[in-house]
Design a protein around this ligand. Structure first.
Ligand code: PEP
Ligand code: MG
Length: 596
């Protein structure tokens, strides 16, 4: 129940997965839900008090019910803790102080309770008896329950979402996102995150509209609020008026028309007017996405992120599981190639029981290839699965987070060992399977000439490359303004890696989100990339731009860009250049001239 219902309230975030939808909010308490702090009119005070008292009662009923459901005598012995919680709920100070604060300070119940808790917390901290002092945590459990009830969030069980809702969370880990029954999710919105955070990437690959980095979503939105989200522009409207809803629906209609039109390019080759051909491939997270990749015109899978195989389970995938899944990939994408990236766990993707999820700097920690080099059995199991599947189509292996040549050598040595085992067991596989390196760490980019001696191909992961080159956390919305794909440093790094790869005679791909942005298409073409791998839905748009361009003009565009000193100048130049060059497609997100 909203205290002061927000009507037609616009909030701006970062569009993370395109699509416009209208639906009801489902608040998920993941990490921290910010509490709405609102001043109220004097006449609203009694209503707030009532709301608070009701939340206390609901909390009491829930605890009593939980207690009654415990039948096991062993467990029952511990149910005294629930009595402690019930006692806290009856605490005079907690109740009366909060009610007084609502009335005197004229604030909503959440804010008043928060102020009371601060006082109680200080009092608890001062207690000398350690046992009693530790009861603070019980106070926190109980208050979290009261807050949940105040906010209308009955069960914070992410697996039990019903209906078709827009999930509103402070943040969602990739594991959370996968745990939700996606049939019930019409959209995602989060307070934190950027365009390349994993919730964003996963939403795109699942085709679910998403807006991230809204900062205030969980504090402004109440469970059950009607929301409109535009995953392209990053706009969210809370409780829209009929008029606003209609204008978004009209926008949606035009976007759908544009999508249908653009699909005509899916089956055409990505060839420029002066005959330069590049390959457009798909990034996927699940083999179930292969039909969509093909439908959008992918000429292979440039990046299969295998993390999803490991998430949300207590055990590890077996060799047979790996084999069966990769075999499906090999067979379904045939005669094109499927690029399987080995486990890229760590950073913001944790593996229960393994990942050091308390690292100070997870992005710089034990992730990706580093993890595989430590847990070699996990790595070997995956490699065996890939090798066995390589007998059923064309597969190649991509190693994530390579920072130097030793890692490729070590990985190759392990691969050779696994190959020997298969030969001995007379299991067929592709003896010539190619091994590539992700170029996403600055040290890899500057030693690309050395890496090219050991790698059969490169794939530039700009999501991480930008993060590490510019020292900008890819999921931190507070520094997202510094996350600049066209930063002169990024362009120079890409140019250098491409030149090195070409000199060494190995193919060079790009598989970061930057590859899916039509505005950057000519910049990347002019930088000389051979392959572009992206979320399937973006493929037709990119094909269209390539097919309408000349390679020579993209070369001269890049030459001009390299003269500029700042990312802002480059971005501005590219945008206005593209708008002039393709007036129909780059004037705005939804070209006015496209009429249904
Ligand atoms: C990248 O870093 O650009 C990339 C493609 O990998 P991920 O987004 O999975 O880290
Ligand atoms: Mg990466």
């Amino acid at each position: 129940m909203a205290v002061q219902q927000q009507i037609n309230k616009f909030i701006q975030g970062i569009g993370a997965s395109t699509g416009i939808i209208i639906g009801r909010a489902y608040l998920v308490e993941r990490f921290k839900v910010r509490l709405p702090q609102k001043r109220i009119e004097p006449k609203e005070a009694e209503k707030e008090v009532e709301r608070f008292v009701r939340a206390i009662e609901e909390s009491r009923n829930q605890l009593t019910e939980i207690k009654e459901k415990i039948l096991d005598p062993q467990v029952r012995k511990h149910s005294f803790i629930l009595d402690v919680h019930l006692m806290i709920l009856n605490d005079e100070m907690l109740l009366q102080d909060t009610i007084d604060t609502i009335r005197k300070k004229q604030v909503n119940a959440e804010w008043a309770l928060d102020l009371t808790l601060e006082k109680l917390d200080t009092a608890f901290k001062a207690i000398e008896d350690e046992y009693l002092r530790e009861r603070r945590s019980d106070l926190h459990y109980v208050s979290a329950r009261i807050f949940r009830n105040l906010l209308g969030k009955k069960e914070d069980d992410i697996t039990k979402i019903k209906g078709k809702v827009i999930v509103v969370a402070h943040d969602l880990s990739p594991a959370d996102t996968l745990q939700i029954n996606l049939k019930h999710v019409a959209g995602f919105i989060t307070d934190i995150g950027g365009k390349v955070s994993h919730t964003a990437i996963l939403s795109r690959s699942l085709g679910i509209p998403a807006v991230v980095g809204l900062e205030v979503a969980t504090s402004l939105i109440n469970g059950g609020d009607l929301l409109i989200i535009d995953g392209e522009t990053g706009e969210v409207v809370i409780n829209p008026s009929e008029e606003v809803s209609q204008s978004f629906l009209e926008r949606k209609r035009r976007a759908k028309y544009f999508e249908r039109e653009i699909l005509k390019y899916a089956s055409l080759p990505a060839e420029t007017r002066d005959g330069v051909r590049v390959r457009l491939q798909a990034n996927i997270e699940m083999v179930e996405e292969i039909p969509s990749a093909k439908m959008h015109g992918a000429e292979g899978i440039g990046l299969y992120r295998t993390e999803t195989l490991y998430l949300n389970r207590k055990d590890l995938p077996t060799e047979e599981e790996h084999f069966q899944i990769y075999r499906r990939l090999a067979e379904n994408i045939h005669p094109a190639t499927g690029t399987i990236r080995t486990l890229d766990i760590g950073g913001d993707k944790f593996l229960s029981g393994y990942s050091e999820n308390n690292e100070m700097n997870p992005a710089l920690g034990l992730r990706a290839i580093r993890f595989s080099m430590r847990e070699t059995d996990i790595f070997k199991t995956q490699l065996k699965g890939i090798l066995r599947a390589s007998a059923y189509g064309k597969l190649r292996i991509l190693l994530p987070m390579i920072s130097g040549i030793e890692e490729i050598r070590q990985a190759r040595a392990i691969l050779e060992e696994v190959k020997k085992g298969l030969v001995k067991a007379r299991i067929p596989f592709d003896q010539e399977i190619k091994i590539g390196a992700m170029i996403e760490i600055p040290s890899a980019s500057v030693t690309a000439d050395l890496l090219a001696r050991e790698a059969d191909f490169f794939s530039i992961g700009t999501n991480d490359l930008i993060q590490y080159a510019l020292a900008v956390d890819r999921i931190n919305e507070h520094v997202s303004y510094l996350y600049e794909p066209l930063h002169p440093a990024v362009l120079r790094i890409i140019r250098g890696v491409v030149e090195t790869a070409h000199q060494a005679g190995i193919p060079i791909a790009i598989c970061g989100e930057m590859a899916a942005e039509p505005t950057y298409a000519l910049v990347l073409l002019g930088l000389g990339l051979d392959e572009f791998s992206m979320t399937p839905v973006s493929i037709p748009k990119m094909k269209k731009v390539f097919r309408m361009s000349r390679f020579e003009e993209s070369r001269s565009l890049v030459q001009q860009l390299l003269q500029f000193a700042t990312a802002a100048e480059i971005e501005c130049f590219v945008r206005s250049w593209m708008a002039k060059r393709f007036p129909e497609d780059f004037i705005e997100c939804y070209p006015e001239e496209i009429k249904a």
